[in-house]
Design a protein around this ligand. Structure first.
Ligand code: KIV
Length: 291
């Protein structure tokens, strides 16, 4: 175990805030972010020293088994947000606003953003889109709720984008992305996720806005990085995006453990004596006598 891990595990960390994000960018220190959807994962990440945890709408795919992120609801997001909030105390907690929770009108966007803080225990919300979301971002931040933007590959628009494909690859698309980033900054966003955009474009955007960018498939020039935890742990077996580094293969580990359990139960090697509860002979004999 490295010394970094030991100190992160044993010391009480200070709460990470949006100000911490800003200070890290100013100091050129990378911001770390991962997704979580449950108590034990959030707790392990928080102890490891993660800066921020996103309760992502990727929940729909990696936990609930849907084809894309569109079906997940506010109620489902809040249910998982509460579990994460119980597990993580220091990380900045960001609730991902699900499809149709902020697109209908600004009032609904504001009300649903508020629910993430009041009912989900989150510190901030994230929503997808650029200029078309500026009014919503203004209203939510105006109510004192920090907003993280999300540009580039925005999975809630896959049908409009024609699938999960990289964005900002032409000069005009890149120009529009930079403009959107500036609009979100002006509207009050405290940070922006850049997903699946060319590394040099992400670096350029990061240098031309004052709020931190968090990249996923956007290269090393962003101010921070985020990954979907189920990809990083090798828990999601359907597909792995090119930009993911697998730090473990837990699907394989789980598969082996389950197969071993099944085998041990079927061959009566589990439970063994050390896994069973005993009672005294006296109590047993009395029980048998009166049975
Ligand atoms: O839902 C999610 O996990 C996300 C990340 C990919 C940034 O939005």
């Amino acid at each position: 175990m490295s010394t970094t891990t030991i100190s992160a595990n044993t010391s009480q960390r200070k709460k990470v805030t949006t100000l911490t994000f800003r200070q890290k960018k100013e100091r050129g220190e990378p911001i770390t972010m991962l997704t979580a959807y449950d108590y034990p994962t959030a707790s392990a990440m928080d102890r490891a020293g993660i800066d921020s945890i996103l309760v992502g709408d990727s929940l729909a795919m990696v936990v609930l088994g849907y084809e894309n992120t569109l079906p997940v609801t506010m109620e489902e997001m809040l249910h998982h947000a509460r579990a994460v909030a119980r597990g993580a105390k220091a990380a900045l907690l960001v609730g991902d606003m699900p499809f149709m929770s902020y697109q209908v009108n600004v009032d609904e966007a504001l009300r649903n953003a508020g629910r993430f803080l009041q009912q989900g225990g989150m510190d901030a919300v994230k929503l997808e889109g650029g200029r078309e979301r500026a009014d919503a971002v203004r209203a939510i931040t105006g109510a004192g709720i920090p907003v993280m933007g999300h540009l580039g590959l925005t999975p809630q628009s896959i049908h409009q984008l024609g699938g999960f494909r990289a964005q900002g690859k032409t000069a005009s698309a890149a120009k529009r992305l930079l403009e959107d980033a500036k609009i979100l900054e002006e509207a009050g966003a405290f940070s922006i996720v850049l997903e699946s955009v060319p590394a040099r474009l992400a670096e350029h955007i990061s240098k031309h806005i004052s709020i931190p960018t968090i990249g996923i498939g956007a290269g090393a020039g962003c101010d921070g990085q985020v990954l979907v935890t189920h990809d990083l742990l090798g828990l999601f077996d359907r597909f792995t995006p090119k930009f993911v580094k697998k730090y473990a293969n837990l699907h394989e580990t789980m598969n082996k453990a389950f197969a071993e359990y099944i085998d041990e139960v079927e061959t009566k090697r589990f439970p063994a004596e050390e896994h069973t509860v005993e009672m005294s002979d006296d109590e047993w004999n009395e029980f048998i006598r009166n049975a």
